[in-house]
Write a protein that binds this ligand. Structure first.
Ligand SMILES: Nc1ncnc2c1ncn2[C@@H]1O[C@H](COP(=O)(O)OP(=O)(O)OP(=O)(O)O)[C@@H](O)[C@H]1O
Length: 243
């Protein structure tokens, strides 16, 4: 396989008789921002959990950061960051304690944790809140903190599962500034979202319907292909074609 960040071939996950992810095939380049779109229940989280080494596929192949998702999940976990829909910050720990806790899990030294904490708090302008409980932060700040912690150990790929749910477009845009900063440093971003403004920010997008990838291209390529004025229009056409 080449040096793409993610390569999948016919990747499939069945739960009993139900096929949640149905033979998906795609490649994501290093440093690319790849949007993984689909309606509720389309199979996005299932696919993402397989790529993160958290769920064993039923069939098909995939490599993440060059490692096999069946046999090399430990190597994969060391090289990726993951931010789930219900991000995993500890609400009853302070901002600084959360950073220290995750730095420890990622195997950073005390010196690295101290330096990373300083950089992170400065970048997010959260110095004053360093000693505040995470539960006291507004949702948008929790999301930015959660993303920053997901890339604390300088992973080569970061998986974001609906990272900006429930916040306004301006707060989402600020979150995307963080994503662009990471991508500029060569980090591959694999992101699921329901927001079409966010879809437009991606380099390429795949759209999943009922477990299958129905479209995959740049936002402008997809709009052209579907003769659509917006990504929302593309999305609706694909969703309608289903019924
Ligand atoms: N452990 C499981 N056992 C049985 N069915 C499951 C399991 N996990 C997911 N599913 C089913 O697989 C389908 C795809 O779920 P998945 O969470 O991957 O979708 P999604 O595209 O991420 O949706 P959402 O946008 O709502 O998060 C759903 O119908 C879900 O009920």
């Amino acid at each position: 396989m080449n040096n793409n960040a993610i390569v999948t071939k016919d990747l499939t996950k069945r739960f009993g008789d139900f096929t949640a992810t149905n033979a998906i095939t795609f490649e994501v380049g290093q440093g690319e921002i790849f949007g993984f779109l689909g309606a509720n229940g389309a199979g996005k989280t299932t696919a993402m959990r397989m790529l993160c080494g958290l769920l064993k596929p039923s069939s098909g192949e995939a490599k993440v950061a060059g490692y096999d998702i069946y046999t090399q999940t430990e190597q994969i976990k060391k090289r990726i960051g993951y931010m789930s829909q219900k991000f995993s910050l500890y609400e009853d720990l302070t901002v600084k304690e959360n950073i220290r806790f995750y730095g420890g899990i990622y195997g950073l030294s005390n010196r690295q944790i101290k330096e990373k904490t300083r950089q992170l708090l400065a970048r997010l302008q959260l110095e004053k809140e360093a000693g505040h409980l995470v539960s006291s932060l507004p949702l948008g700040w929790k999301q930015k903190l959660s993303f920053s912690i997901a890339v604390l150990h300088d992973p080569s790929i970061v998986f974001l599962d609906e990272p900006t749910g429930g916040v306004d477009p301006i707060t989402r845009r600020q979150f995307w500034d963080l994503i662009y900063e990471s991508a500029d440093k060569g980090v591959t971003i694999f992101v699921t979202t329901h927001y079409m403004d966010e879809a437009e920010y991606c380099n390429r997008i795949s759209i999943m319907v009922d477990g299958k990838i129905k479209a995959l291209d740049t936002p402008s390529g997809l709009k052209k292909q579907y003769n659509a004025g917006s990504m929302n229009d593309v999305f609706l056409q694909l969703a309608r074609a289903k019924s």
